[in-house]
Design a protein around this ligand. Structure first.
Ligand SMILES: [Zn+2]
Length: 394
């Protein structure tokens, strides 16, 4: 049950936790409305004008809260958006990190409209991670309402290209993280129990190109050296690099090769996804992938790619943030769990620099990158409460 109104004074204007939760419950419909506005501006990573539209919309939203916005321009991707909020105390800022690009192509909304269905809000990007952006806006607004101003400086950085490797935004993410006391990543929570993410695997992407020698499959079958056959053999070698016990996984996921069935293939390639659990594993798997030798001496191999995101390891700094989050959650009788996940995010960059980082602070739901993507609406108030509390406590 909600408690009595706390006595307000200039030094202790912090509303009691149950009162905070009630505040966010009363604002639940507005949070949902903000999420809907964001989802209904489609923003696939590879469509700059679309991504820039959602950025322009968010410039207005953050400026309405008194934030100082700054677009980081990119020619190849959408622009990324930095917003700085001044705070009452001269503490180091906390960095709220996220992305507004999605994996869903333009037109997805037509078949997957943003709608409420049985307590769930559906739509492309609703979980990953437009609900996280809405939580940022509403947590900041609430802290301003409660304190008159933010209790400390807050920097919000929303990137345009997270789903395609964050190539245009990574440097800014790292520079902002360096000046921050901690980083809160508003990516989706892990699972329907809403766990925050205290460890993420590192991610790499590689391509193996095989060059063989073409020949007519009927007239000169002995003259050719098949790139397709060589690729098939290499894939079996690559698959053996999996070491799930150690947290290393290697997936030759996309293959291409050959031109016609009656031609011995001159070219073939495979795209490979690599995941590692510890930063120390990066060099080893990289070396293995790059030292493949052709079975057929007439074929040539060329491996390109790298580990793009090192793992987010559960460092002492990460564990400290999790403990703070757990304590806040416990104030409203919520046992906040933690999880280690296989997917990477920009939190991998900041944690890799040794900056305390807590990920999975965003919406609770399922189906990220899938047609059944949704968030659970009733989880929104306590996610907002947790974020507001963490902005104060980091
Ligand atoms: Zn995401």
């Amino acid at each position: 049950m909600p408690g009595k109104n706390p006595t307000k004074s200039a030094d202790a204007p912090r509303p009691a936790w149950d009162e905070r939760l009630r505040y966010f419950s009363q604002h639940q419909d507005q949070i949902v409305e903000t999420i809907r506005e964001l989802v209904e501006i489609e923003s696939p990573s590879d469509h700059k004008p679309a991504v820039d539209r959602v950025a322009a919309f968010l410039v207005q939203k953050f400026e309405a809260l008194g934030g100082r916005t700054q677009l980081h321009r990119s020619n190849d991707f959408g622009d990324s958006l930095q917003t700085d909020f001044a705070g009452k105390a001269s503490r180091k800022p906390v960095l709220l990190l996220g992305h507004y690009d999605t994996v869903s192509p333009l037109g997805t909304l037509a078949n997957m409209p943003c709608k409420i269905d049985n307590g769930r809000l559906r739509g492309p990007g609703v979980l990953d991670m437009k609900s996280g952006i809405a939580l940022m806006l509403h947590a900041i607004a609430a802290l301003q309402a409660w304190h008159g101003a933010l209790p400390r400086p807050v920097t919000v950085f929303l990137v345009s290209d997270e789903e395609v490797g964050s190539h245009s935004s990574r440097k800014t993410t790292e520079a902002l993280a360096k000046d921050s006391a901690g980083v809160l990543v508003l990516e989706p929570a892990a699972g329907l129990r809403g766990a925050v993410k205290t460890a993420r695997k590192g991610v790499g992407e590689y391509t193996l190109q095989v060059k063989g020698i073409a020949a007519h499959a009927g007239l000169d079958p002995g003259k050719g050296h098949s790139a397709v056959l060589e690729l098939a053999r290499q894939i079996t070698v690559i698959a053996k690099m999996n070491n799930l016990r150690q947290g290393v996984s290697v997936n030759p996921g996309v293959i291409q090769g050959g031109t016609r069935t009656n031609v011995i293939a001159a070219e073939a390639s495979v795209g490979i996804d690599v995941r590692i659990k510890r930063a120390a594993q990066a060099a080893g798997i990289n070396r293995k992938l790059r030292s493949l030798k052709p079975f057929d001496k007439h074929c040539k191999l060329e491996m390109t790619g790298s580990i793009n995101r090192l793992p987010m390891e559960r460092t002492a700094g990460v564990a400290t943030l999790y403990k703070k989050a757990q304590k806040i959650a416990s104030q409203v009788g919520w046992k906040l769990e933690e999880a280690a996940v296989g997917g990477g995010s920009d939190g991998n960059f900041t944690a890799g620099m040794g900056i305390p980082t807590l990920d999975g602070m965003g919406g609770v739901g399922d189906g990220a990158h899938a047609v059944h993507e949704f968030i659970v609406i009733s989880e929104l108030p306590r996610r907002a409460l947790l974020l507001a509390g963490m902005i104060e406590e980091v």
